[in-house]
Design a binder for this molecule. Structure first.
Ligand SMILES: Nc1nc2c(ncn2[C@@H]2O[C@H](COP(=O)(O)OP(=O)(O)O)[C@@H](O)[C@H]2O)c(=O)[nH]1
Ligand SMILES: [Mg+2]
Length: 390
């Protein structure tokens, strides 16, 4: 029996594809959700067995209606099932490889395909994962060449090459404020605005930043709230400011913001909290977006939750592009173990990562973004096992 897999959006569609190609005699062996590494081929996978030409045409029907009478036929079935299992397993391996090993790259070594699987399993976009392993493979000469795919790189060499490929694609800038050359009001004032969707963590992150990057280094801090959109939103920040003993003002209009910034020249750190805008609200706030995006002295961090799905992250980041954020700040790292989507989004938008928040505690749960942290959650400890197993 020949085994073949079909992928499609639905099981029904996959089955009809298979029947069209293999005819009505083909036997459905298995159907399931496609493995993550094959998901781009289709949401579902159905596996069909195509009866060999020499087999008796109605054998499957008989097998169902007549249970095996002797242990001889029982053994035969057991042997067939075992053979089937082996075929399935080899098919799984081939699939993992074929996902990123197109015809021009026929024999990727297992270490390469395992790394690809690990990256995509941790949420790295498929095309990006493919690029990373292909570049790492060409660096280490492990792409394989047809029948001579034995030239496996050393495990450490391979891991270093993959790590280097990841590092080179993303930058980190855990700093607040633009450099004076970029048009800061003066050499001392650093103005930072946090923008992003509602609930992303802007206000709490702002307070964490005020403590860790203002108070901790005895810099004068001023907190501004432009979040007059939701009732009591500004009050949340006002109470924090009172607890910390730092300046606080609500600014309701753009002209008030301009004036406040002007009056507070020389304040070391000015942090601006903005309203969380849903997709529908964004249109109504193009003035704010235009203003912030054209002020070269305001450092705009787009605050996003790391537990969001990749597609949603991209959608939100694109809609907030009207603010022209310079950096991405990711919250809720405590809620996800895989940072593939964070990495993919940083690569896609070509924006550096600034800070990570890792929980609700103020001010503790804030850390500078580092490539190591990212790497850990993309390649992780599991990578060593995966690579060793490859
Ligand atoms: N678990 C977790 N919760 C967070 C984190 N950052 C913020 N939050 C929570 O998310 C909720 C919304 O935060 P808030 O700062 O008000 O979001 P905003 O609407 O963007 O201003 C609050 O309950 C925060 O405590 C984080 O890193 N991890
Ligand atoms: Mg808020």
């Amino acid at each position: 029996m020949r085994i073949k897999s079909y992928f499609s959006r639905t099981i029904e569609e996959a089955i009809s594809k298979a029947r069209q190609e293999l005819g009505p005699d083909a036997m459905l062996v298995n159907s399931r959700k496609a493995a993550p590494e094959a998901r781009h081929l289709g949401e579902y996978e159905v596996v069909f067995g195509e009866p060999a030409i020499t087999s008796v045409p109605d054998a499957p029907a008989r097998a169902i209606s007549e249970p095996p009478a002797s242990s001889v036929s029982g053994d035969r079935i057991a042997a067939e099932v075992a053979a089937l299992k082996r075929q399935l397993e080899s098919m799984r391996r081939t699939l993992t490889k074929s996902v990123f090993a197109p015809s021009q790259w026929p024999a990727a070594s297992p270490i390469v395909s395992e790394t690809y699987s690990l990256l995509t399993a941790n949420g790295v976009a498929a095309d990006l994962a493919q690029q990373i392993v292909q570049y790492a493979a060409s660096r280490t000469g492990s792409a394989g060449n047809g029948s001579h795919s034995q030239s496996l790189p050393g495990e450490k060499l391979w891991r270093d090459a993959v790590a280097e490929e990841i590092r080179s694609r993303v930058s980190v800038e855990p700093i607040l404020g633009v450099s004076p050359a970029a048009g800061a009001v003066d050499n001392r004032t650093r103005i930072v605005a946090l923008i992003g969707p509602p609930g992303a963590g802007k206000t709490t992150t702002l307070v964490k930043l005020a403590v860790n990057h203002g108070l901790a280094s005895r810099r004068p801090v001023l907190l501004l709230s432009m979040d007059t959109y939701r009732v009591a939103a500004a009050e949340q920040l006002r109470s924090y400011a009172a607890i910390l003993g730092v300046g606080f003002q609500v600014v309701e209009t753009l002209s008030a913001l301009v004036q406040t910034l002007e009056e507070n020249r020389g304040k070391e750190l000015i942090l601006i909290d903005t309203p969380g805008l849903g997709f529908k609200d964004l249109d109504a706030h193009t003035d704010l977006a235009r203003f912030l995006s054209t002020r070269g002295d305001i450092d705009r961090h787009l605050v996003l939750s790391s537990s969001m799905k990749s597609a949603d992250l991209s959608r939100v980041a694109d809609s907030y592009e009207i603010f022209r954020p310079q950096r991405l700040l990711f919250t809720r790292l405590d809620e996800t173990s895989s940072l593939g989507p964070v990495f993919s989004e940083a690569v896609r938008t070509e924006k550096p990562l600034s800070f990570f928040t890792t929980g609700q505690r103020i001010p503790e749960d804030l850390e500078p973004a580092t490539q190591d942290r990212l790497m850990e959650a993309i390649l992780g400890e599991e990578s060593e096992e995966a690579l060793a197993a490859a």
